[in-house]
Ligand binder design. Sequence first.
Ligand SMILES: [Zn+2]
Ligand SMILES: [Zn+2]
Length: 400
Amino acid sequence: MNSDLRSTILNTIDSAAGELIDLAKRIHAKPEVAFQEVQASEWLTESLERHRFQVQRGVADLPTAFRAEVAGNGGGPVVAFLAEYDALPEIGHACGHNLICTAALGAGIGLASAMKHLSGKALVLGTPAEEGGGGKVIMLEKGAFRGVDVAMMFHPAGYTLTTRPSLTSNRLKMKFLGKAAHAAAAPDEGINALDAMIQTFVSIGLLRQQLRPDARVHGIITYGGAAPNIIPDRSEAIFSIRAVDRPYADEVLKKVIACAEAGAGATGAKLEVETKRGYEAIKPNTPLADAFARNLEELNWPVDQAPARTKMGSTDMGDVSQAMPAIHPYLAIGRDIPGHSIEFREAALSQQGFKAMLTAAKAMALTALDVLTSPVFLEEVRGDFKAQAPKRTPEVRRFS
Ligand SMILES: [Zn+2]
Ligand SMILES: [Zn+2]
């Protein structure tokens, strides 16, 4: 029976390919940033309804989040395919989320076609604002993932890997307050808030030598003054501070704040900082990732060797993976293309990109079928999850 269901799923996704590619193109052409993905959310939910999903919009008080469900013929495991559809500011779909959401939709449509022969549920969850805002973190906190046994999504990349670690992150906002004065006539009467910021950036630059290789500190100045003839009385910056583990990410955060305190001390400006926990690191699930790899191979999609040095970012899927068994595999939409680049944006609209999206949809649906049809496999997946200690730290810390 399983092989019949596998063919049903694969044939259904093949029949929907035209629709999925068309939608991936339309979302790519209309990039919407975090929490503003109104059009993408509407197109995806319309399509899910057409494919007989029961759709709930605006879940977790997020207008662009959604939950779509097709129930089988009795109680059983609940598998969720996660759809991201936010774009980056200015550069558009340079992270290829137009392919993530259409792969989730395709997997959902494929699995739904077999659900009348299965017990359990197939879900597609629309998760906004991965690139900043953390839709999944909010959805987790508000119970939108309640009852989900296994969550999966795919991410486009310059390689194919079924498992890859991610970094845990902290967010830091800093503000220096100084005193305005005429920059030529009375500079000695001012306190230069921009100088304090520049000192901070220089100190962080020097700090890097004493950081572990996995640490990442990167920031931008969001305000640096009003005019060159006024000593800036205010400067502001946002930083992201990451590492492979939470304790070290927190330690680096403290060191960066110390650099800012030094900038304040040197210039006389007053420092205000606000910190927020970013995303958690991915907790891998080996049985699920292996099943996904097996299904990919059956679809004739080769998996690359893991590189000696992994390039890592952070994702709110990390938080999901700390709460339930989950996978976040990568499929190549090109070779050696960096994320968040113009080349990546073009690859997200290429034939190779669409092929990866359809293959990811199929491999996810088949992996979900493994979960729904094999209690032994589900137990293995749960056992692997339980064997690793949770790393999630839910509190948001603030320093003043
Ligand atoms: Zn991204
Ligand atoms: Zn992304």
